[in-house]
Design a protein around this ligand. Structure first.
Ligand SMILES: [Zn+2]
Length: 283
């Protein structure tokens, strides 16, 4: 939590990278270590469907525990209280409860309960008001629809005690054909209404200047998934086109670690490292 608060104070962003396997996790941790910046590994529902909850959680927690930089493990977009409980028991350092499909009243009620349980376990909570368009695991080309209302956000934060708030300001999960434009005026109004760190989902593929502008207005956590998937895909295809001799596992899979590291390091250098502090006005 301290890394997140510090990020907002210093106009930087902690980057949460979604991972689905060991090679991606290793690449992310090596990137954070190379920059000397804190990082979050995000291992959530959709990746659990691929790898299993306990195996993937164990992998992420083990990587975070042995990292040479502060590293947390975050549950992204959970809608199920049972899953949140299970991850808190496993040792997750933060969880995101996504109650955006509920009415504001019911979202407040459910989020407050998640906050109570997570805080008791020493974890912090991110929550969401308006749904963020698109699919978390595959680029869908969908457009953003609902946006976060600053007044509702202020009430939501006050009544739930949540630690971070994911905003819908035109951002979309995945990378589509149409360029995404963030509504920075809306973000500025949300940033004035809400003092806690804001979270930008769907940060893959946004122009760096736009992300920096969002950080200057209160975004202190970025979620990146698509760019790591693209790095993995390119590394796998390139390896397959030019296979190494023999049947060693490391020679085949090493490129995934390297490609993930490069993609993650670019994001961390741009938005997380102390030298990345944005100087824009937060007024
Ligand atoms: Zn998301």
């Amino acid at each position: 939590m301290e890394a997140l608060r510090q990020a907002r104070r210093e106009r930087r962003a902690l980057v949460g990278f979604s991972i689905y396997n060991l090679e991606q996790g290793l690449g992310v941790i090596r990137a954070a270590e190379a920059v000397g910046a804190p990082v979050l590994l995000q291992a959530g529902s959709s990746a659990f469907r691929y790898a299993g909850r306990e195996p993937l959680a164990g992998l992420a927690l083990g990587l975070a525990a042995t990292a040479a930089v502060p590293a947390g493990v975050h549950l992204d977009h959970a809608t199920d209280l049972g899953e949140i409980e299970a991850c808190l028991r496993l040792g997750y350092t933060s969880v995101m409860f996504d109650g955006s499909a509920r009415s504001l009243e019911r979202n407040i009620e459910a989020t407050r309960e998640v906050v109570r349980r997570a805080h008791a376990a020493g974890a912090w909570v991110e929550a969401e008001l308006a749904g963020i368009a698109g699919d978390e695991d595959e680029s869908s080309g969908r457009q953003a629809t609902a946006t976060t209302d600053p007044g509702a956000a202020a009430r939501f934060v006050a009544e739930t005690g949540v630690d971070a708030l994911a905003v819908a300001i035109g951002n979309v999960h995945g990378i589509g054909d149409e360029p995404v434009r963030l509504d920075l005026d809306l973000l500025a109004r949300i940033g004035r209404a809400v003092e806690i760190p804001l979270v930008l989902h769907g940060a893959s593929g946004l122009p760096p200047a736009e992300v920096s502008a969002a950080i200057a207005l209160g975004v202190a956590k970025l979620n990146v998934n698509t760019e790591l998937r693209h790095a993995l895909r390119e590394a796998v295809l390139a390896r397959a086109a030019d296979p190494p001799a023999g049947d060693g596992v490391a020679a085949l899979l090493d490129p995934v670690i390297g490609a993930t590291r490069s993609a993650a390091e670019a994001k961390i250098r741009a938005f997380s490292s102390p030298s990345a502090s944005t100087t824009g006005s937060s007024s």
